[in-house]
Design a protein around this ligand. Structure first.
Ligand SMILES: Cc1cc2nc3c(=O)[nH]c(=O)nc-3n(C[C@H](O)[C@H](O)[C@H](O)COP(=O)(O)O)c2cc1C
Length: 244
């Protein structure tokens, strides 16, 4: 039987096949890479501190209300709103031992996902530009302050209404962090984790009164050039448009 590429991948990354390398039950035998939390940082770039306390919200109401919203107005998103959104979607929570738990579940706590907010519309306390979410410091690394024309946004995302959003959020994966432990099967875990973060982004948006829509429609190669990642070791996996 001829298998499509995706079927071939799925079959060959099943447990018991070559997909999942043997992992000792004794953590003392694990290489240090499997126990290290890797954070991407940009030590030479200016930092923006994030803070803000989340509003209280009824969890079950949020799930009931959640939907994909694309009818953005021209209102920008404030820094404190972005701060709460990022922290409660993928930020560090309490310490567990010498490592932090995160807002999302992560296969083997390998945390392969990096998050890049692209602020299309400046607010009074957050300028338009490209940022990286610095999880360790709960801050933004400022990669590029710059204004955006509609056509710039269209180069990055396929749907025309994304130009009306206030912020785009791009999730990338640093594949090695996970696949160093889980091999080919780790690829599944990486995409699943992006989905966990995505659901957190939807629910946090709902709690904050922000509109949110997931975007499979990302122009990956353009985004990778724009963010300055190689597209192989680190590549775009998911996107979101957010606004009011
Ligand atoms: C992985 C994924 C990718 C998506 N990509 C897009 C997209 O590119 N454009 C879009 O308009 N909606 C996109 N959506 C949103 C879906 O269209 C939406 O979730 C679906 O229609 C159900 O509607 P609801 O979210 O309002 O319940 C995506 C959703 C998921 C889960």
């Amino acid at each position: 039987m001829d298998l499509e590429f995706s079927q071939l991948f799925h079959q060959s990354s099943k447990n018991g096949l070559k997909g999942h390398p043997a992992i000792s039950k004794n953590e003392n035998e694990w290489p240090s890479e499997w126990k290290t939390t890797y954070y991407k940082d940009y030590p030479r770039l200016p930092k923006i501190k994030l803070d803000g306390d989340p509003p209280s919200a009824d969890f079950f109401e949020l799930i009931k209300k959640r939907r994909s919203r694309r009818d953005f107005t021209d209102k920008p998103i404030r820094r404190d709103e972005l701060s709460i959104l990022l922290k409660y979607s993928c930020g560090n929570m309490q310490l567990r031992g010498d490592q932090y738990r995160r807002a999302q579940a992560s296969g083997g706590a390998r945390f392969p996902i990096e998050v890049y907010p692209i602020v299309f519309r400046s607010s009074e306390d957050l300028e338009a530009g490209l940022y990286h979410y610095n999880v360790q410091e709960h801050g933004l690394d400022t990669l590029w302050k710059r204004p955006f024309q509609d056509s710039d946004i269209h180069q990055l995302f396929t749907y025309p209404w994304v130009k009306d959003a206030a912020i785009g959020i791009v999730l990338t994966a640093v594949f090695w962090r996970n696949q160093n432990k889980y091999g080919e099967r780790g690829y599944r875990y990486i995409l699943l984790e992006a989905g966990h973060i995505g659901q957190n982004i939807y629910l946090a948006s709902e709690a904050l009164g922000l509109k949110c829509c997931a975007l499979g429609g990302t122009r990956d190669e353009n985004l990778e050039k724009f963010i300055d990642i190689d597209g192989i070791a680190e590549s775009v996996v998911y996107g979101f448009a957010l606004g009011k």
